[in-house]
Design a binder for this molecule. Structure first.
Ligand SMILES: Nc1ncnc2c1ncn2[C@@H]1O[C@H](COP(=O)(O)OP(=O)(O)OP(=O)(O)O)[C@@H](O)[C@H]1O
Ligand SMILES: [Mg+2]
Length: 213
């Protein structure tokens, strides 16, 4: 990293100041899992709940980020690692800004997630969307599995590229067994346990009314 002639300027307004004004803490909820496992669905459903509780949130979604910040990256192993590195750095800025960021990337490689964890520490909460490959393939939301099976897509996670299951996830949600509402609730409960939100926030939850995204 080229930081020799770069001097850090200490901000006057700190993360703690933002947290106290906003009434909640910040974190990166790092959703990981196969394509079609439900990362985007649950991330957006959780965001909908948090937003309706008055929390400051932002979803970093795989395809969306690749339209801009990561638009120059391919899907090779090196480019995927760089993609995750940028997301982690972005997450760090959101945490400092007092936002609950929700990242929804397959992030298949343990080493990349470990590097993100090294950067973010306890501010990163890893959520494994555990869903069988069979069910993801049955859903085939984007028609990608069919294309991958036909050999049209190289390095497709689960088919021609590995998905390395998290060994120490902060939370596992079984998105092929539990409903979207149940999975959403489990994430909110974890945020309460970790002190990111409080009881009053949760009382304002409309989880029963959360839209099926
Ligand atoms: N319990 C559940 N949790 C999440 N999604 C579910 C659940 N039950 C059914 N689904 C459906 O599964 C699909 C999950 O698709 P989604 O786009 O969220 O996956 P993804 O993990 O973000 O995939 P990708 O990596 O390709 O972006 C949606 O159509 C959703 O409605
Ligand atoms: Mg998605």
């Amino acid at each position: 990293m080229i930081t020799d002639n770069v001097v850090w300027h200490e901000p006057m307004v700190k993360r703690a100041d933002r947290a106290s004004r906003q009434g909640h803490n910040s974190a990166v909820l790092w959703f990981t899992g196969l394509s079609g496992a439900g990362k985007s669905t649950i991330a957006h459903a959780v965001e909908y709940e948090l937003h309706s509780m008055g929390c400051h949130t932002y979803v970093l979604d795989g395809d969306n980020v690749r339209h801009g910040l990561c638009g120059d990256l391919s899907f090779s192993a090196d480019a995927r690692s760089e993609n995750i590195r940028r997301i982690a750095e972005l997450g760090k800025l959101f945490v400092d800004a007092g936002v609950i960021a929700l990242s929804a990337f397959i992030s298949p490689f343990r080493e990349d997630r470990r590097r993100a964890k090294k950067l973010l520490g306890d501010d990163m909460l890893e959520i494994h969307c555990a869903c069988s490959l069979q069910e993801c393939e049955r859903r085939d939301v984007k028609g990608m599995y069919k294309r991958a099976r036909r050999g049209e897509l190289a390095d497709f996670t689960g088919i021609s590229s590995p998905y390395e299951i998290p060994e120490h996830a902060d939370l596992i949600i079984h998105t092929d067994q539990d409903s979207i509402q149940e999975c959403t609730r489990k994430v909110l409960d974890m945020l309460l346990q970790r002190g990111i939100i409080n009881d009053q926030h949760l009382q304002a939850s409309t989880v029963k009314d959360a839209p099926a995204v």
